[in-house]
Design a protein around this ligand. Structure first.
Ligand code: F6R
Length: 641
């Protein structure tokens, strides 16, 4: 193991930052393959501890690939899974047992009798003994050689929630509220998420010879920083891993973004100060001291690890003013640019006006929640706004919402006489299908279609609140989503072509999109990846066209003229120093936005469908000493890498 660099001095766990989840998955899969081969050559079994959830999905795909392409054999592998919801039947759509079958076991040659799994369907009275037997089975297998882990936002490993002790063993636990909220989307409502789980204990996990924890996406950034840098504490169970002698974390850039070496590099080593870093450091100092930027003084810079900045670029006051002005210039009530105005300090150029604007929304509602106020502004300021819903969002509609809709249709139709017979028959067949649906089964095509229609109707209503005409609302129903399920989506050519067509058709001056720092297998991240690929294709085609089919790698005029703005998602919210455009909302505009968001009624079970983040951003700007607004929607500039 290389010794940690100066920059990693705060890190008490070896943490490798990888370029992508796929790259991380390849590294982990290679280590697993090495272990299996090594054990095989010694005539022994390789004992793996496995995790579920979205994090290990790329790893399992890579293991399947190694099995198929390189003949990696799992004959001598014994697996123990970390945890299972309780109570739950093993064929429930969301049971971890079913997840493992679908994501890995069904595709490799592991003997079924080598698979050990906590059973979520056993009787409560026997759980205690059952857990002891699970521990005995691990011991009989010779202990776990390599344990794979993900991490929950609460800091849980397995389902060892905050409060779990260092010596805890396999047992029944009560799930944390945050964990149940995180699972609410999968179970279509928090109330459907089981309250308990059976999990290996922290002590059980710590006995593994080697531990690899993976984390992808920005929603894991805060807890990764705590687990790696904070003192060991029961309130962050993953921090116990600091006491293990052979553990590594693999994280992508987004999940690493709150480590001190990434976020506050000036605190751990020498840095070259530049505009962006100055802005970040000064915002940090202001919030640390709870003092507006313009009131910071030289001594405060020096006493807080920023002495070199003040030496290089001080004194404090002009530096404060420079950064203050930069932040001030992000604020605009003209997200599409202010026509005929001097735009040298505005986030968006003034010409042309009106602009053609394309808003790409991965699922209906993402757009409204993050930028409902901006949408309304763009429309009112005369721009031509096209809202494009990339997926139908049908998977996010509870049965109860679809059933309610179908029942209303029956009632309305029956009250109106016999012309409606076909509709009545249709609605009744839906109700029947929902009622007879296997408790753990997937939706039929008809149910998914209806759910998709419900989301279309909601999206139209919400757009209507912002003044956007129905002719400018587009539904792509990308095939990757229609043909898949959460955690089992696969992007295809057709997805990219659909988005490419939209870009070609509108050749927009502005694009709004989200999902760049999201968990790579989430719908938002997949939609962003689709956009990125489509954008690149359009760019190449345009350039080839101009140069007689020779790709020169230069930007075409169309792309030079197109600004891409990233809006916030439930996984990523810009911090003040990351914001390139801040669109303030008045109390009335904020109320209107909330009304527009509330049109997405089928999503009211989602805790993320809250607009409070706009208020928090406004508060952060206020605390830096900028103007005090009711709410702010924020955006970051994006350009292709
Ligand atoms: C699952 C498990 C959990 C997950 C964690 C992260 O077996 O043990 O600790 O690893 O909840 O879940 P995802 O990967 O879905 O973010």
């Amino acid at each position: 193991m290389n010794s940690p660099s100066e920059f990693e001095q705060n890190e008490k766990i070896k943490t490798e930052i990888v370029g992508s989840a796929e790259e991380g998955a390849r590294i982990v899969a290679r280590e697993i393959a090495g272990l299996i081969t090594n054990k095989n050559s010694q005539g022994e079994s390789a004992v793996l501890g496995l995790a579920t959830g979205s994090t290990p999905v790329p790893l399992y795909r890579e293991l399947i690939r190694l099995h198929r392409k390189d003949g990696l054999c799992f004959d001598n592998v014994i697996t123990f899974n970390l945890d299972e919801y309780y109570p739950i039947s093993s064929n429930h759509q969301e049971s971890y047992r079913r997840f493992m079958q679908e994501q890995l076991f069904d595709h490799i040659d592991i003997p079924p009798e080598h698979i050990y799994f906590p059973d979520g369907s056993i009787h409560r009275e026997v759980v205690f003994d059952y857990c002891r037997q699970f521990e005995d089975a691990i011991e009989q297998a010779g202990g776990i050689d390599l344990q794979i882990l993900g991490i929950g936002r609460t800091g849980h490993i397995g389902f060892n929630e905050p409060g779990s002790t260092r010596i805890s063993r396999t047992r029944l636990i009560t799930l944390d509220r945050v964990t149940r909220q995180d699972a609410a989307r999968d179970f279509l409502g928090e109330s459907h998420v089981p309250r308990h789980a059976i999990t290996m204990g922290v002590g059980t996990i710590m006995e593994a010879n080697r531990i690899l924890l993976m984390a992808w996406g920005e929603s894991k950034a805060e807890i990764i920083a705590k687990a790696v840098e904070s003192p060991v504490s029961e309130s962050v169970p993953a921090s116990f891993l600091q006491e293990h002698t052979n553990v590594s974390f693999l994280v992508d850039d987004a999940a690493a973004s709150r480590l001190t070496r990434i976020r506050y590099p000036w605190l751990v080593g020498p840095v070259e100060w530049h505009n962006d870093l100055n802005k970040r450091a000064i915002c940090w100092l202001s919030s640390k001291l709870d003092k507006p930027i313009l009131k910071l003084v030289d001594e405060e810079y020096s006493e807080n690890g920023m002495a070199t900045l003040i030496t290089d670029q001080g004194p404090a006051y002009p530096l404060n003013i420079r950064i203050f002005n930069k932040l001030q210039h992000t604020i605009t009530g003209w997200p599409g640019g202010k026509p005929r105005a001097d735009d040298s300090h505005r986030p968006e150029r003034s010409e042309p006006h009106p602009k053609h604007v394309v808003v790409l929304s991965p699922e209906p509602g993402n757009d409204m929640l993050a930028m409902g106020g901006t949408l309304e502004r763009l429309e009112n300021q005369g721009h031509i706004v096209e809202v494009v819903y990339m997926t139908s969002g049908s998977l996010g509609v509870p049965d109860s919402a679809a059933g309610k809709f179908a029942k209303t249709l029956v009632e309305a139709a029956q009250g109106l006489g016999s012309d409606w017979e076909a509709q009545v028959a249709y609605a009744k067949s839906i109700i029947e299908k929902i009622e007879n649906k296997d408790q753990f089964g997937s939706d039929s095509t008809e149910i998914r279609q209806l759910k998709g229609l419900i989301r279309r109707a909601e999206a139209r209503e919400a757009c209507n609140e912002c003044g956007i005409d129905h002719d400018h609302i587009h539904f792509l129903d990308l095939p990757f989503y229609e043909l898949g399920r959460y955690r089992q989506f696969n992007l295809g050519e057709k997805d990219i072509t659909e988005v490419e067509d939209i870009l070609e058709r509108f050749r927009p001056h502005q694009i709004y999109i989200t999902g760049n720092r999201a968990n790579p297998i989430s719908v938002q991240a997949l939609c962003f990846a689709t956009f990125e690929k489509a954008f690149e294709l359009v760019r190449r085609k345009a350039s080839c066209h101009q140069t007689g089919n020779v790709w020169l790698g230069s930007k075409s005029p169309w792309h030079q003229a197109c600004n891409v703005w990233l809006y916030n998602s439930d996984e990523h919210r810009c911090l003040p120093y990351e914001i390139d455009m801040a669109v303030p909302l008045s109390p009335l505009q904020f109320a209107q936005k909330e009304h527009a968001v509330s049109q997405h009624q089928s999503q009211c079970f989602q805790t993320e469908m809250k607009t409070k983040r706009d208020r928090e951003t406004a508060l952060l700007y206020d605390q830096l000493g900028l103007a005090e607004y009711e709410a702010i929607e924020s955006f970051q500039r994006w350009s292709p890498s």
